[in-house]
Design a protein around this ligand. Structure first.
Ligand code: SF4
Ligand code: FES
Length: 215
């Protein structure tokens, strides 16, 4: 097969092939260690003239891929703008190893941070002694859910609700500290936006933090 004009072996998914070639393609909902979710559509490419999600498309089914065609770039820009609209305007993205991925993809696509207001979401869960959840930057990619279920086989995190009411949660009116969460940190490591983040070292668990708070 060919990717951006380079002959290569068709092994795994298109995303596997593209990343193996060192091509920088956003993949906000695909964790390196977990199966694809197909939720974010930031990995769109042109494959044999069709637009497909690279993380979900077997490479063997494709002969020619364009990651940088005008059509593919414009569609990814549109998806990234919509994704950013879900994200709050919080400037600090220095969290887990993949935090800041959204803004890196934004910059790589020639986009500037949006000035329009984001969707208002402000739930905060400080109950875990090891990590925090801040809903504002969450883009509902689902990586934390898959990491908890498929990497750790715990299932302490889910996405409840639909459309504008959808949110990451440990359960209805259940804080992480009250859930099956073992504070393994897999969700924090998987989160691309710093919504799940390690607790600041100086912070200590306070009794008043035992339940998720709506800000
Ligand atoms: S908390 Fe992070 S990993 Fe989980 S859905 Fe939100 S952005 Fe994705
Ligand atoms: S990485 Fe492909 S849909 Fe999210």
């Amino acid at each position: 097969m060919k990717v951006d004009g380079h002959e290569t072996e068709a092994a795994g998914t298109l995303l596997d092939v593209i990343l193996a070639l060192g091509i920088d393609l956003p993949h906000l909902c695909k964790d390196d260690n977990l199966p694809p979710i197909g939720a974010c559509r930031t990995c769109l490419v042109e494959a044999d003239g069709r637009i497909v999600a690279a993380c979900h498309t077997p490479a063997a089914a494709v002969q020619e891929v364009q990651t940088r065609s005008v059509r593919a770039i414009e569609l990814r820009q549109a998806v990234l703008r919509l994704t950013a609209r879900m994200h709050g305007r919080e400037p600090d993205v220095s969290g887990g190893p993949r935090s800041g991925e959204l803004w890196a993809a934004y910059a790589a696509h020639g986009l500037e941070r949006p000035s329009y207001p984001s969707r208002p979401r402000s739930a905060v869960d400080l109950s875990s002694p090891f990590f925090e959840f801040h809903e504002e930057p969450c883009i509902l990619c689902g990586r934390c859910v898959v990491a908890c279920q498929q990497l750790q086989h715990i299932g302490a995190i889910g996405i409840a609700g639909t459309a504008t009411s959808a949110r990451v949660t440990a359960g209805a009116a259940v804080a992480f500290a009250e859930s099956a969460c073992t504070a393994c940190g897999s969700c924090v490591a998987a989160c691309p936006t710093h919504a799940l983040r390690p607790k600041p070292l100086r912070a200590t668990h306070r009794p008043g933090d035992a339940r998720g708070e709506e800000g």
